[in-house]
Design a protein around this ligand. Structure first.
Ligand code: MN
Ligand code: MN
Length: 477
């Protein structure tokens, strides 16, 4: 069979015209954007170092939004163009109204501001062998061995008997003591840990936080003197009694600030980048948004890490309340089907991180389809597991629209899956928002060490996530 032989130049031309290559972001950036990546990273580190719980995230988001002219919905008048909703102090929505009526649909970026951690149990404090401890119950998908033998902090709030709210943050200031969960020395762990599966080596009920070791000076037969001293300190410092701990929300999180990682400072290491890296990118995008064509909403959701249940999660009707407020604000006549029709006309991004390929664990990744670190923001058409179970599975038309928007705005992006098929899997808020009828797809930066106390993100991926979100809000139909 006679077949044409192509010259070297021809092949180069064909390759350029036909192939899509994934290239690192850094060499593609202008000098200005390379500088911008590092500036953005510095502001982001400041955010993520302070936003270690969902409540702290809400406070920072609300403050930043109010500085940029967002008005709480309770104070917003008809026609207000920048509105904020603070839902139980644990979820937020920000909206900038567009020129088109909201009945034409809205643009939504939904991220989550909760992260895997250890919560205190209702009756946390006890004493054993003259040391006081706090019982914990883990929240979200953790690897328990990450949480032992490392400095920990407490962030949260308690309500006293009279309803007064007490905020507690302990372990972040260099003068603060930190807390710790003890691990077994290697000399004695051969059987009790070494012969077990890694997931069983550290049982959840051994994730007990050391909080004290000096018994209160009292009569010789005083029992649990260490616990009593700790309760006394809690009372002196915060006015709390043991019963206050039942209603309290105290979260045990890794102590310490975000850090640059690598001699070249390519990466940021920090707790909670899943998913506060996306929350920050969507926050920056909506704060700078002025008079968009389409009304734009940033949702900052809670409870994603435990399945989006609960009244501050993606399944909550909080989301619908926001949309009803927007319809009323736009002077819309609300019919029985107004909300559904508006939702069906809406476009959304489920802003969440994905797994970056780890060179040491290539066996769980599929090299052609998993996200590469430093290669830009990643679009994930479907999450879930097995045969796309529990996936949103975005449509061709919508993905096509989004890639045209990004290509026009020179966003460096890649498309990927989370690991090999049947290797594992995971979900996001995408499917819960999709249930309401809108078009949605997952977008976010790839991370290394996801769900660990020190997650790693690449600075150029963070910049591209921000650029991708900003382009989404600004794009026409
Ligand atoms: Mn996430
Ligand atoms: Mn997660």
């Amino acid at each position: 069979m006679n077949e044409k032989r192509f010259s070297k130049t021809d092949c180069k031309r064909l390759e350029k015209g036909l192939c899509r290559s994934r290239r690192p972001v850094w060499p593609q950036l202008t000098a200005k954007d390379r500088k911008r990546a590092f500036l953005y990273a510095d502001r982001y580190k400041d955010f993520i170092g302070k936003a270690k719980t969902e409540r702290e995230s809400v406070n920072i988001i609300v403050n930043m939004a109010q500085e940029k002219g967002f008005v709480p919905v309770e104070q917003a008048g008809p026609g207000s163009s920048r509105i904020l909703w603070n839902f139980r102090g644990k979820a937020v929505a920000l909206a900038v109204t567009g020129k088109a009526p909201v009945s034409n649909g809205v643009r939504i970026i939904a991220s989550h501001i909760d992260a895997p951690r250890l919560d205190l149990k209702q009756n946390p404090i006890y004493e054993d062998l003259e040391m006081a401890f706090l019982k914990t119950h883990y929240y979200g998908g953790i690897k328990k061995f990450h949480w032992v033998a490392r400095p920990l902090a407490i962030h949260g709030l308690a309500l006293k008997g009279d309803g007064k709210v007490i905020h507690v943050e302990l372990g972040e200031n260099p003068d603060d003591p930190v807390l710790i969960i003890n691990d077994l020395l290697p000399h004695l762990s051969r059987k009790v840990q070494g012969e077990k599966k890694i997931s069983e080596a550290i049982p959840a009920e051994k994730l007990n936080v050391l909080i004290g070791g000096l018994p209160l000076l009292g009569p010789e037969d005083l029992k649990d003197g260490v616990k009593l001293r700790i309760l006394r300190i809690l009372n002196e410092r915060y006015g709390l009694v043991e019963e206050d701990l039942i209603s309290a929300e105290f979260e045990i999180v890794p102590a310490g600030d975000p850090r640059d990682v690598g001699l070249d400072g390519a990466f940021i290491g920090a707790y909670g980048q899943d998913d506060r890296s996306c929350a920050y990118a969507s926050l920056c995008s909506i704060l700078e948004l002025e008079e968009p064509q389409i009304t734009s909403v940033a949702l900052f959701l809670d409870k994603e890490e435990i399945g989006s249940d609960g009244n501050t999660g993606a399944k909550s009707s909080f989301f619908e309340a926001v949309l009803y407020d927007l319809m009323r604000n736009g002077g819309l006549q609300i019919e029985a089907d107004s909300l559904v029709r508006m939702l069906i006309a809406s476009k959304a991004i489920s802003a969440d991180v994905t797994a970056g390929m780890d060179p040491d664990y290539k066996e769980v990744h599929e090299e052609h389809n998993d996200a590469l670190i430093g290669h830009g923001v990643c679009l994930t058409k479907y999450t879930g597991s097995g045969g796309k179970y529990s996936a949103n599975d975005a449509h061709a038309e919508y993905v096509n629209w989004l890639r045209r928007v990004w290509n026009e705005e020179k966003v460096v992006w890649q498309a990927g899956e989370l690991g090999k098929v049947d290797e594992g899997g995971g979900g996001t808020v995408a499917k819960y928002l999709a249930q309401r009828g809108l078009d949605i797809v997952d977008v976010g930066p790839p991370l290394l060490n996801m769900h660990s106390p020190f997650e790693i993100a690449h600075k150029t991926d963070l910049l591209m996530t921000y650029k991708a979100f900003a382009a989404f809000y600004k794009a026409g139909d």
